[in-house]
Write a protein of this length. Structure first.
Length: 408
């Protein structure tokens, strides 16, 4: 019986091909928008989650100052709100497996190929930064030369490609920082020649200038101070509890600090992306709702056009339920065809858009097509089409045979 309904419905759609395809087009537009927006949004979310997993959910970032996470700013505190942290405090916190320190200062930099001088942000890194927190810097990829060493009083620097270009230096060249000569040991950049550092937690590595932490301390003094501290927590320890202990340890030495866990950042990002994704899906859903209204309108028109046909079917013994099933199958088929085409078009647009997104982010990007999305979009289109045809189908099933046969 179902295949009979399907055959008759397809025959009816073909007889009104222009109107049917215009109706299907409305469903196609709605489904295309939903599949495209959700797949791109999910792809972005998956990419960010992979970055969090690389850094590790047992990582705690410690910043100087009392940051109000609710208000999104630095609040008042009785503790010292200087821009430095004492690195030695981390040695007193239980649960911390290893820690690393970064100190950033604005220092005077000159080179032979630079006219005049520049004040650049120079970041000093402790040895454990790259040995234990390499993914914090997106792998710290070197395209030319090598990383600097921490042997003795090494005066070596690694530059981002843009800074290196502005200073006019390459690996093996020299620059002066605060009057001290530094050898450029390496230039950052992706090994395949592409851009680097776009997903780095540190920021844009292309404009970075990195040296050993000991070199910054020798230039600026205040040994043991840090602008940022990274801590890796033991796997069997609660990360949030260790983060609280870190803040307490700094408060005991009258230093305000703020700890940010990778899990906390991940939850905030997921919440924001989820809200945006739901809003976009809702906007796209309006288009699909308009398509459903188009299906209803088409089915009402079909009932009027086929009134005599309905009368003939009832005269030869067709029951109300059979008439209802026939028109519901036809409206569902309109939704199914539109959903299938819309899903295919949505996948194609997402893949096309991913190329432009990859260029904008200067990093690989792949949209996410989960089975729940593809199958769900098609199934929802069929259900929407069927629901849209309920009232017209019910009207058709309630027609009296004698009155239907008299309809001109």
């Amino acid at each position: 019986m179902f295949f009979d309904y399907l055959n008759l419905s397809w025959h009816s759609i073909r007889n009104r091909s222009l109107r049917s395809w215009l109706t299907i087009l409305g469903v196609v537009i709605g489904v295309t928008a939903i599949v495209t927006l959700i797949s791109i949004g999910q792809g972005i979310q998956d990419s960010i989650l992979r970055e969090f997993e690389k850094v590790g959910y047992n990582t705690v970032t410690v910043l100087p100052g009392n940051f109000d996470t609710q208000r999104g700013g630095f609040g008042n505190s009785s503790a010292d709100t200087s821009s430095y942290l004492d690195r030695s405090v981390m040695d007193e916190v239980d649960g911390v497996k290893v820690s690393a320190a970064i100190r950033s200062e604005d220092l005077q930099v000159v080179s032979e190929n630079l006219e005049g001088q520049a004040f650049l942000r120079v970041s000093g890194m402790s040895p454990s930064v790259l040995s234990d927190f390499d993914d914090y810097f997106d792998g710290f990829p070197i395209s030319d030369g090598e990383r600097f060493s921490y042997d003795g009083d090494a005066r070596e620097a690694v530059l981002g490609p843009e800074i290196a270009g502005e200073l006019g230096v390459k690996a093996g060249g020299t620059i002066e920082i605060e009057g001290q000569e530094f050898t450029v040991s390496g230039i950052l950049g992706a090994e395949d020649g592409g851009e680097s550092g776009q997903f780095s937690f540190y920021g844009d590595l292309d404009n970075g200038l990195f040296v050993p932490l000991s070199a910054v301390e020798a230039l600026y003094g205040d040994e043991g101070k840090a602008s940022l501290v990274l801590a890796e927590v033991y796997e069997d320890v609660e990360v949030a509890e260790v983060a609280d202990e870190i803040e307490k340890a700094y408060s005991q030495v009258d230093t305000a600090s703020t700890t940010i866990t990778t899990e906390e950042i991940s939850n905030r990002v997921n919440s924001a992306l989820g809200t945006i994704q739901m809003a976009l899906a809702g906007i796209a859903g309006i288009s699909l709702l308009v398509g459903g209204i188009g299906v209803m309108n088409t089915m009402y028109t079909a009932v009027l056009e086929r009134t005599r046909e309905i009368g003939v079917m009832k005269a030869v013994g067709a029951k109300n339920g059979q008439i209802l099933g026939l028109f519901l199958t036809e409206s569902g088929l309109l939704g199914l065809v539109g959903g299938s085409i819309g899903t295919a078009v949505g996948v194609g647009l997402s893949l096309l858009a991913s190329r432009f997104i990859s260029q904008a982010l200067e990093a690989p990007f792949v949209p996410s097509f989960g089975p729940w999305l593809l199958i769900g979009a098609i199934a929802f289109s069929f259900v929407l089409g069927s629901i849209s045809g309920v009232l017209p189908a019910r009207q058709a099933s309630k027609l009296q045979p004698v009155e239907a046969l008299r309809y001109e």
